[in-house]
Design a protein around this ligand. Structure first.
Ligand code: 6A9
Length: 869
């Protein structure tokens, strides 16, 4: 296959940032903002880790294990990186505000840890402020009288060369932790500002526990301080292995009569820049850690410490918890309560309404929504580094993108703790309602990753920590590969906000001038202005590089026509991976979802331009494109399969394909016996022909999703276009409404996508429903329920319910309410039963499947509950 249509292989523009002012340089992200945001739980891939938002971070992390269990060593049972293999019954943030406070519960075997994190900026605190971590170790089950110990390990490391020598355990002795603050570690770091602030880590045991039986002393502290000189960043990445091997060595030196115990060796080098503290406690126990930084030369923080540790921390934590709950109530809680009220439903064709007994109860909905939001916030990460990009033909050496920071939410802490472009558009729909500035900060980082061609890499694997978790074959990004421009969703939301305010100003209906909201509107305006040239370049990149074979058609690049092992060659760029497309990829393909995404992008550009008051000439081309892309006649001509009455992709296709799976024997690795492996091969018995792709699923819904179908209220011209388009079915209802009603009927047909638990990605009747794609790839977007697309459908239904003709509105409202009810039942019930939110849900059982916790777009459950679209 030729390289026709691909970008020329000129490295220059691929590896160069777009020439435009950076959005992250906006005034609102000034030094004061950066200082407030310096510290956070920004190590997405760990159960818990704090780091600074600096390229080379001062980092901290948490590990824990059972020091009395030999299996700990044998089976590497030390918890550190969030991992499904650890089998925790549940873990996640119950509360997290994304800025200063979070509360996480980790349920492990017969015990659990409640972790609270609180940042504070007290008098005299240095750059980034201070932070506290409280660990409450409690027994979940088992005999309460039985003595049970858990070791928690907190460590600090510096990705940079430390400013000042670290001092590990000043008194140099093994310590019993007492109910008074003890300094474990002091140091100085460049990450805390040019002045190189000094910092200290303190610990303290809480004396307020009901005394455990026969417990004579407090928690025990063991430690290790070492130099990573010449081993950065390896030692930090392998800190868990380091812990295990060090404990093993000490165990070897132990007299054989000693009972088996796993402890650190208690020693430190003079130039330590990595320090681990193992605190071993009998359950129940509570241990507090406090990190303090001080500007200037005095590092005395003893006065502030009182409020950072021990009983003095109780009040601030309780206040932070109450503040979170209050804010949640204001932003989402009231909406959720309103939306859950049983509604008086007019008779409708849909099944039971919201007052049916299996509607989830309000308290459970609120708990799930809080956890969803909190996990999205608590999993936010700061990454720094370079993507690897292929600038030449297949097989050529990839080149590094320019090194850059990315502050982003992530889809899943355990499986993919890094940034994904189209996931982020969905994340920000939720975050922008919670904390608009934070959300702008994230979008700014993403837009600043745009190169001179207008491309943003799809998967962001930045820095060693991120790269260590990705197999090499998945690392390299291709500069002609797209991913849906879903960031236009939250950005369009901002433009709408601005537009509304301007409308109110002209109408004179604006609420009495509220300085706060006026300033906020000004920040939104400044943001959109700064973003504009980047959005224009991005739009243009899509419009040119992803253009399809016919005018106004589009095609996802990146499908591999030679993929011999795949039943249907994947379209990773579309975000829908194995969702079936034309069986034989070629340049004649027209992708319906991409065309609809472009309609959204064009409309968003027009709206942003208008809301900014840009000259008509600057806005005109987007308005024209939006009009063209929403023109029903053109859409129907390119994508409506008249015979079936469904919207579809077009391409070279045959249904006569099958996957043959064979077992082969491959040579084992060094000294290993040969192994059996399943390999697959696609066998085509039919003759691929140009045609509509006859698979009904999420892609077919995109005209509805992007609101390109008539509302039934439009003027005659559009109505007649719709009537021409809607030759399908006998729904010869009033004018333009016919097509929309017919599509709504398809949507709610239980033999297709409409399941008890939500909309499945591929119709039960589709030939590839629940089919695996290769010997190793189980079905993924082939029937499973995904929450991002379900959310978009709800959003659209709610639109038609408000703006449609009476008939359309009634059908849309009924579908909306019923789909929403089913989704809430699936998500809220699943969270309760399975302990996590999941990547997807099974259409038959409703159970969560694939990776978990997945609190990327599944966190949209919060907006679904509050009916915020
Ligand atoms: C590569 C790493 C153990 C697949 O949520 C992120 C993306 C979505 O953007 C996409 O639409 N997920 C969806 O189809 C997960 C992608 C994970 C890539 C992992 C292999 C192995 O690490």
């Amino acid at each position: 296959f030729a390289l026709r249509g691909r970008a020329h292989f000129t490295k220059g523009p691929i590896l160069t940032p777009l020439k435009a002012p950076k959005v992250t340089d906006l005034l609102e992200f000034d030094a004061a903002y950066k200082d407030r945001m310096l510290w956070g739980s920004y190590r997405s891939g760990l159960y818990f880790g704090m780091r600074t938002r600096t390229p080379k971070g001062l980092v901290s992390g948490l590990m824990w294990f059972d020091p009395d269990d030999f299996q700990t060593l044998q089976q590497y049972r030390v918890r550190h990186e969030a991992s499904q293999g650890d089998g925790l019954a549940s873990y996640g943030w119950k509360r997290h505000d994304g800025r200063t406070y979070g509360q996480q519960v980790l349920v492990d075997n017969d015990y659990n840890i409640t972790l609270s994190m609180l940042k504070s900026f007290g008098e005299g605190s240095g750059p980034g402020g201070d932070w506290s971590v409280r660990l409450q170790l409690r027994r979940t089950s088992g005999m309460p009288t039985q003595r049970r110990r858990i070791s928690v390990v907190i460590y600090m490391g510096d990705e940079d060369t430390p400013r000042e020598p670290w001092q590990v355990l000043p008194d140099g002795e093994v310590t019993d932790l007492r109910p008074q603050p003890a300094a474990l570690l002091t140091g100085g770091s460049a990450a805390l500002g040019r002045g190189g602030a000094r910092w200290a880590l303190h610990a303290m045991e809480q004396a307020t526990e009901p005394p455990a039986s026969r417990r004579s002393r407090g928690c025990r502290v063991d430690y290790l301080g070492m130099s990573t000189e010449g081993h950065k960043p390896d030692y930090l990445l392998k800190v868990r292995e380091l812990l295990l091997s060090t404990m093993y060595e000490r165990l070897q030196r132990q007299p054989p009569s000693d009972k088996f115990r796993l402890y650190l060796p208690n020693g430190a080098t003079t130039n330590s820049d990595l320090a681990l503290f193992q605190v071993t406690c009998v359950i129940p126990s509570t241990v507090d850690f406090a990190f303090t930084s001080s500007s200037g030369d005095v590092s005395d923080s003893s006065e502030r410490l009182e409020g950072l540790l021990g009983p003095g921390l109780d009040g601030p934590l309780a206040a932070a918890e109450a503040a979170f709950d209050q804010r949640f109530d204001r932003v989402f809680g009231e909406g959720i309560a309103r939306a859950l009220q049983p509604q008086q439903q007019p008779d409708s064709a849909a099944s039971p309404d919201a007052s049916t007994p299996d509607a989830p109860d309000a308290a459970a909905v609120v708990e799930t929504a809080k956890a969803a939001l909190s996990n999205l916030l608590g999993s936010m990460g700061y990454f720094y580094g370079s993507s690897l990009v292929r600038t030449g033909p297949p097989g050529s050496e990839p080149a590094p993108y320019w090194p850059a920071p990315l502050f982003t939410a992530v889809p899943s802490r355990s499986f993919f703790p890094r940034g994904f472009l189209w996931d982020e558009g969905f994340h920000q729909l939720l975050l922008q309602r919670w904390e608009p500035a934070l959300s702008r900060d994230v979008i700014a980082h993403w837009l600043d990753l745009m190169n001179a061609q207008g491309w943003i890499p799809r998967e962001q694997i930045l820095g060693e920590e991120a790269r260590a978790r990705v197999p090499p074959e998945f690392v390299v990004q291709l500069p002609w590969h797209a991913n849906p421009p879903s960031l236009f969703l939250p950005i369009a939301h901002m433009a709408a906000q601005l537009g509304r305010a301007q409308q109110q100003a002209t109408d004179g209906t604006a609420a009495a001038s509220d300085a706060e909201s006026a300033a906020e509107l000004e920040r939104v305006r400044a943001f959109l202005r700064r973003a504009w040239p980047r959005l224009a370049a991005w739009y243009n990149w899509f419009n040119t590089t992803q253009a399809g074979p016919l005018p106004s058609s589009f095609r996802w690049h990146g499908r591999d026509p030679l993929a011999a092992s795949e039943l249907n060659p994947k379209t990773l760029t579309s975000g829908l991976d194995d969702y079936p497309r034309a069986s034989h990829p070629d340049d004649s393909e027209r992708h319906l979802d991409l065309r609809c995404w472009m309609a959204l992008a064009a409309q968003a550009m027009a709206d942003i331009g208008t809301s900014l008051g840009l000259p008509a000439a600057a806005v005109a081309r987007y308005a024209a494109a939006a009009e063209q892309l929403s023109d029903l006649r053109q859409l129907a001509a390119l994508h409506l399969d008249q015979g079936r009455g469904v919207f579809a992709d077009w391409g070279t296709h045959t249904e006569e394909v099958a996957l043959e799976v064979k077992s082969i024997v491959v040579p084992g690795g060094e000294g290993q016996p040969p192994q059996r492996r399943d390999v697959s091969e696609r066998v085509t018995t039919g003759w691929p022909q140009p045609q509509f792709v006859p698979q009904f699923g999420y892609v077919s819904l995109f005209p509805l999703i992007m609101r390109l179908l008539p509302t039934g209220r439009e003027p005659n011209a559009t109505a007649s276009a719709a009537a021409t388009a809607a030759t399908a079915g006998a729904t010869a209802a009033a004018g333009g409404a016919a097509l929309t009603l017919q599509q709504l009927q398809l949507l709610t047909d239980p033999s297709l996508l409409w399941s008890e638990h939500g909309l499945r990605s591929l119709a039960k009747t589709a030939s590839l429903y629940k089919k695996r794609n290769t010997a190793d790839d189980p079905p993924y977007w082939r029937g499973q329920i995904w929450i991002n697309v379900n959310y978009l459908v709800l959003r659209s239904l709610s639109y038609y319910a408000r703006h449609g003709s009476p008939e359309v509105a009634a059908a849309a409202a009924a579908a909306h309410d019923e789909l929403r009810r089913r989704l809430l039942r699936t998500l809220v019930g699943g969270y309760k039963r399975q302990g996590y939110l999941y990547e997807q849900y099974d259409d038959e059982s409703g159970r969560g499947t694939s990776s978990h916790p997945f609190t990327g777009w599944t966190a949209l459950v919060t907006l679904i509950a509050a009916q915020e679209y």
